[in-house]
Structure formats: C-alpha cells, structure tokens
Design a protein around this ligand. Structure first.
Ligand code: FES
Length: 173
C-alpha cells in the first residue's frame, strides 16, 4: 500500500506568507510533492476547528495550516489561534481513533520558499507512512468540501504557474 498510496493533502495557506512562499519555491525551481492542494486564506486565524474537521471528514488524508512566523501575523495573533485550533483538532482526532499526526501547523515567511517545499515534502512523507484516511469515501472531494465549509473566507485560487510547471513538467518557465 505504501508504495502506491498517493495521499490527498489540503493546505490552508495564509496569502501573506505560505502562498507567496509556494510561488517563490516554484521560481526557485524547488520541487515538492503534487499531493498538496492549497486553499488561500487572508490569515490562518480565519481557520476554525470545523474547517479542519470537514476536510478530514470528507476524506483528506492529511491537512495542514501554513501561517506567518510567530510574531509576524498581520492580524497579530491569527497564527497563534490557528495553532491552538490545530492542537485541539489533534485531540479530537485522537479521541475518534484517527491519528492526530494527520493535522499539523507550519509557520514560515514569504521569503522561505525552501521551507515551504520542505514542509510539503515532510508532511506528505508522514502521511504516506500513516496510510489512507480511514474515513475516506469515494466521490467526495476534500478540497471542495473544505472550500464550501469556509464559504466566503477562502480567497480565489490563483494558479501557482511556476510551481505547477516544475511539478508537472520537471522544469520552470
Ligand atoms: Fe499570515 Fe495571520 S496574516 S497567519
């Protein structure tokens, strides 16, 4: 199973830092797994427990929030609230018999393209080792479910052209 399992991972990314870091990773020609699907947020402080749970319930194999460095959130404590919510979801998952390691919080600046790529790589490997989400269901899109749960909080997807080119074609423009 481990050899063929390609996890579906949802990333709730602050547009000030992680989303920009992903773009930078692309322009630096850094590779990272194409397993991650990003949802852009104005700040990870907008992320509620229910959004994380909804993604897991809809079958995401792993979910993480990627916010600004501590002390650098544009809304002061948004990323600290996000970390608390992630930790709370870890506790809830453990109570439900689901591995708490399926949820995580990372912090990075917009200048840390390498850190973005490393987080995506480390987390994807972690989920590959855990195996599929036990509540995965056919025909349900975790990305769509998480977006729907977020409603107007989620920002429109912006294609990360350079990163996508690297993942899919092995080179950048
Ligand atoms: Fe980036 Fe708050 S503005 S996490």
């Amino acid at each position: 199973m481990e050899g063929t399992f390609e996890p579906e991972i949802i990333v709730f990314a602050c547009h000030y830092c992680a989303y920009a870091a992903a773009d930078l990773a692309g322009s630096m020609r850094l590779q990272y797994p194409s397993n991650i699907r990003m949802i852009k947020l104005p700040c990870t402080g907008k992320l509620e427990v229910i959004h994380l749970l909804r993604a897991i319930e809809a079958g995401a194999d792993g979910v993480y929030a990627a916010g600004c460095l501590e002390g650098e959130c544009h809304y002061l404590k948004g990323n600290l609230w996000a970390r608390k919510r992630v930790n709370h979801v870890k506790d809830l998952l453990a109570e439900m018999g689901i591995e708490p390691e399926r949820v995580e919080m990372y912090n990075m600046s917009s200048a840390e393209g390498a850190k973005f790529a490393a987080a995506a790589t480390e987390f994807t490997q972690r989920i590959k080792e855990l195996g599929p989400n036990p509540v995965k269901r056919e025909g349900v899109s975790p990305h769509a479910a998480a977006r729907e749960a977020l409603g107007g909080v989620a920002m429109p997807d912006e294609p990360l052209a350079s990163a996508a080119a690297i993942v899919e074609e092995g080179h950048a423009e």
